[in-house]
Design a protein around this ligand. Structure first.
Ligand SMILES: C[S@@+](CC[C@H](N)C(=O)[O-])C[C@H]1O[C@@H](n2cnc3c(N)ncnc32)[C@H](O)[C@@H]1O
Length: 308
């Protein structure tokens, strides 16, 4: 169980990120997803100045201890990385040598029952990373059957999206679902009991899909990309760790497009691209996955600014 003062989050693909970033001494790094502060601490240890952002005030509160330790080198900013331009400006940064995003939620959030992210603890069905906007319970109580089915289908690739949405709408006529336990019980009415010990519970992807909708996570990723490339210094890198195929596909395509040089209609080079991808992608080693099963679905993609 997570406690408010100490992180339980084990950073994913940190070694891969550090290997991509190289020498960090006196570099300016934006950690757009502070979480348990694992990445930020490693950047600070390597001599960087860090501007860390998180939507979650609990995560930032925990970060104050790290801030004390690395006096003057860590700034903590509450907000969404989707507002990167504004956050950089507010903190007096006119560019960055790296911008790093490690998407999704932290184990601290997942393991805190009252946040309602996980199906393994009982708590209010909240799922908000920040403290604004609709809760998951609210979405289940108000979205149309069609909207609910789209959430489970699009964000969870859920084969039973339609029967699940139907069940939610039927159930809410009697009593809306307000807790994680109630939602799990409803999912188990749509799915027969689990067979085999190693099978992942369908609730995992269904909860994840709902969380993505509650926090409008894809929109934030779409919005940050142009701002990240605009603010990268020459030689700077934009590193993104994703845990979900939709996010990864978006990042992969966006990075590929940004690296395209401009050609005329007979294929002659008109303008060389300002960016390149130093690696296709980085995935965790088997050893990392064994030590930290959360790393299983992680993919790191990197973009480097080579000219202005
Ligand atoms: C996977 S955790 C990051 C863990 C961190 N790299 C570490 O090593 O401790 C993701 C964090 O990003 C935050 N987050 C997700 N989307 C965000 C957004 N759009 N803006 C700011 N923070 C966000 C979450 O609240 C969570 O704390």
């Amino acid at each position: 169980m997570a406690d408010a003062g100490k992180t339980v989050h084990i950073p994913v693909l940190l070694a891969g990120v550090l290997a991509q970033l190289g020498d960090l001494k006196n570099k300016k790094i934006v950690d757009g997803t502070f979480g348990g502060g694992g990445y930020s601490t490693a950047f600070l240890e390597a001599g960087a100045h860090v501007l860390a952002i998180d939507r979650d005030t609990v995560a930032l509160e925990r970060g104050k201890k790290i801030q004390e330790k690395y006096q003057g080198k860590l700034s903590l900013s509450h907000g969404s990385f989707a507002d990167l331009n504004e956050i950089l400006k507010k903190n007096g940064w006119d560019g960055a040598d790296a911008i790093v995003l490690d998407l999704g939620i932290s184990s601290d959030q997942l393991d805190t029952a009252e946040r309602g992210f996980g199906y393994q603890n009982d708590g209010p069905l909240d799922m908000r990373m920040g403290n604004t906007g609709s809760t998951a319970a609210n979405i289940l109580a108000t979205a149309s059957e069609h909207e609910l089915a789209s959430i489970f289908k699009n964000y969870g690739d859920e084969p039973k999206a339609k029967p699940l949405a139907k069940k939610i709408v039927q159930q809410r006529k009697e009593q809306p679902v307000t807790t994680t336990r109630e939602f799990l019980e409803l999912i188990e009415q749509v799915y027969p009991p689990r067979q085999g010990l190693n099978r992942r519970h369908p609730a995992q992807r269904i909860f994840q899909a709902l969380r993505i909708a509650v926090n409008d996570e894809l929109k934030a990723v779409e919005e940050v990309v142009p701002q990240a490339i605009e603010n990268l210094n020459v030689g700077g890198k934009f590193c993104v760790v994703t845990f979900h195929s939709l996010e990864d596909r978006f990042i992969k395509n966006a990075m590929r497009d940004i690296c395209q040089s401009e050609l005329d209609n007979v294929g002659r080079l008109v303008k060389q691209a300002n960016f390149r991808q130093p690696v296709k992608k980085v995935v965790p080693t088997q050893e990392e996955v064994e030590n930290n099963p959360r790393a299983r679905s992680a993919t790191l993609r990197v973009l480097e600014r080579v000219s202005s």
